[in-house]
Design a binder for this molecule. Structure first.
Ligand SMILES: Nc1ncnc2c1ncn2[C@@H]1O[C@H](COP(=O)(O)OP(=O)(O)O)[C@@H](O)[C@H]1O
Ligand SMILES: [Mg+2]
Length: 396
């Protein structure tokens, strides 16, 4: 996948000569020690990362961990004390004047938490405001504002005023304002933090849906791990200005890099993070056209299974239990009649949460390969084992 944004060894020091503080950091001194010694604040400490085109890259961390500083460096609002930040290979930190304005105008848009809408302007005027100050003509402004409002489902409210809209709708206007300039990269700094939980959940789903349609590259900041896990293709966790872990939701929750990350993950509902594929075993199956009851029993015994999936012409056809195969052998009835045709099945990307009702049948769950065949098998015990925190450092 193509890399859209790269950060290389970024530092940001506030309040004085950065060279001294950077040297102290490189010598292993902490943010607090540097503040005590120099009065300078470490905003970002040796951060490197890369964001793939079209992904949602979430930066998560407590307040003061450096998230906003990082995102402001990406759009050139803050210049790094050291390091480089590349968007499509262009070093934003090294550009100035017209080149930097072009990056901001054409590539990047920012959506903030406290998106102050102008109360005396209509929704459409609010959305097109940024275009107006860039000198875009009236007709084009209207068209682009309308298209952006359409994307967030607010076209019908173009002539409303902000105070006539709910909090969630106002936030969508903020998003439309970001989209109106047609950016390739959206930077979102805690855009949903001020919303109440139900509306926030809706906005997260809308953002995912919007992302599926528009395929923007999004850097999304949050201090909430559940939000990070819901939205992020990749999640980077920041502490004291440094990125302490970067990975997928399953990697972060399954193997937290340190106690700080582990503390965040402790109360996470693991069934919403881990997928069926993460607990799957190899897809052992019998070809029902090529085996008799004796052969089936021998195969199950060799594999240590008390039930095995059955395929017919390469397609999943059911499941055979040891007990049923044994009964068929004793009665001399055809093995095909012993096969249970109704098998619990799920796609590999299903969450463990979705497997609960299937696991209750006590039979292994078939993971489909999308073409009618078998991609893997999940034992009910494996689902519950994955949910216990004891295996927290197991590989995922
Ligand atoms: N303009 C500034 N001047 C001095 N210190 C700052 C400035 N902006 C941020 N900081 C400090 O840098 C650190 C990171 O801040 P910030 O990036 O805003 O964190 P976050 O967005 O994660 O809450 C904090 O210690 C903060 O106090
Ligand atoms: Mg912030």
């Amino acid at each position: 996948m193509k890399t859209k944004i790269t950060g290389n060894n970024l530092y940001k020091i506030f309040g004085g000569d950065a060279a001294e503080a950077v040297a102290l950091l490189r010598a292993g001194r902490t943010k607090d020690e540097i503040f005590a010694a120099t009065g300078q604040t470490v905003g970002v400490h040796d951060v490197s990362f890369s964001v793939a085109e079209g992904e949602i890259f979430v930066v998560m961390g407590l307040s003061g961990s450096g998230k906003s500083t990082l995102v402001r460096m990406i759009n050139g609002l803050i210049r790094p004390s050291a390091g480089e930040i590349l968007i499509d290979g262009i070093d934003v930190a090294a550009c100035s004047g017209e080149a930097l304005r072009r990056v901001r105008r054409e590539k990047v848009a920012m959506v903030f938490q406290h998106f102050a809408l102008f109360p005396h302007k209509t929704v459409a005027q609010n959305v097109s405001f940024g275009l107006k100050i860039r000198g875009v003509g009236k007709a084009e402004r209207r068209a682009r504002a309308h298209a952006a409002l359409e994307q967030v489902g607010l076209a019908a409210r173009a002539d409303s005023y902000p105070d006539e809209l709910s909090g969630g709708m106002q936030q969508r206007v903020g998003l439309a304002r970001g989209l109106a300039s047609g950016p390739e990269v959206l930077l979102m700094d805690e855009p949903f933090s001020a919303l109440d939980p139900l509306i926030r959940g809706d906005m997260q789903q809308e953002l995912l849906e919007l992302q599926r349609r528009l395929k923007k590259t999004i850097v999304f900041i949050t201090h909430d791990l559940t939000e990070a896990l819901t939205l992020g293709n990749t999640i980077a966790i920041m502490r004291n200005g440094a990125m302490v872990q970067t990975g997928t939701a399953q990697e972060i929750v399954g193997a937290p890099a340190d106690d700080y990350v582990a503390a965040f993950t402790r109360d996470i509902d693991r069934s919403l993070v881990f997928t069926a594929a993460s607990v799957a075993e190899a897809p052992e199956a019998l070809d029902i056209g090529a085996v008799d009851a004796e052969g089936a029993l021998a195969r199950m015994e060799a594999l240590g299974l008390d039930a095995i999936h059955v395929v017919e012409d390469g397609r999943l056809a059911g499941i055979l239990t040891w007990r049923a195969a044994h009964a068929a052998l004793r009665a001399g009835t055809p093995l095909g009649e012993a096969v249970l045709r109704d098998v619990p099945a799920a796609p590999p990307q299903a969450r463990l949460f979705d497997l609960y009702p299937l696991a209750s049948a006590g039979l292994p769950i078939a993971l489909g390969d999308g073409k009618g065949g078998l991609a893997g098998v999940v034992r009910p015990q494996a689902v519950f084992a994955r949910l216990s925190r004891k295996d927290a450092r197991e590989k995922v």
